[in-house]
Design a protein around this ligand. Structure first.
Ligand code: CA2
Length: 150
């Protein structure tokens, strides 16, 4: 399976490190991307890292990943709780899907407790801060390594 991983980020995550540090921490999205790139190099993964406030752009990247990628790590932001369209796109992707949330959504408002994306995700990370991205990439690398051996 391809070792290319799409790391996708949904609405408002461009504000990371600039607002609400008590919830989302002080690292910016650029810091998260740099950390993902360094770790991906160590794990032998290639990454495409994107953020958008537009649902259709996230869907287009998921479609693009269908052609080339072995895995998607996605923090869909608030689309997690609303988007059947993103779920449908992920259901058309045959590789590994990891859903990653910075905050512990289960400790927050009840509307954050339901995730459409979890119906497709192979694993879910929540509440580990931005470290969740590294944990997600490590899990992807492990699953790809296991698949290569099988
Ligand atoms: O915990 C997460 O990663 C979330 O996916 C973040 C979403 C939220 O709607 C989900 O329920 C949980 C919100 C992203 C907003 O990010 C901001 C970051 C800094 C300042 C303002 C917003």
């Amino acid at each position: 399976m391809s070792r290319l991983v799409y790391v996708l980020n949904g609405p408002n995550l461009n504000l990371l490190g600039k607002r609400q540090p008590h919830i989302y921490g002080s690292e910016t999205l650029a810091d998260v991307e740099a950390g993902c790139r360094t770790l991906a190099g160590e794990l032998g993964l290639d990454i495409r890292f994107h953020q958008s406030n537009r649902e259709y752009e996230l869907i287009d990247w998921i479609h693009e990943a269908r052609e080339t990628a072995g895995a998607i790590v996605i923090n869909p932001g608030a689309f997690t709780h609303t988007s059947i369209a993103i779920l449908d796109a992920l259901n058309a992707f045959e590789g590994i899907v990891i859903e990653c949330h910075i905050s512990n959504v289960h400790k927050r408002e009840s509307f954050r407790h339901h995730s459409y994306v979890s119906l497709r995700a192979d694993g879910v990370v929540a509440g580990f801060g931005t470290q969740g991205y590294a944990l997600s990439l490590r899990r992807v690398a492990k699953l790809l390594d296991d698949a290569a051996k099988a």
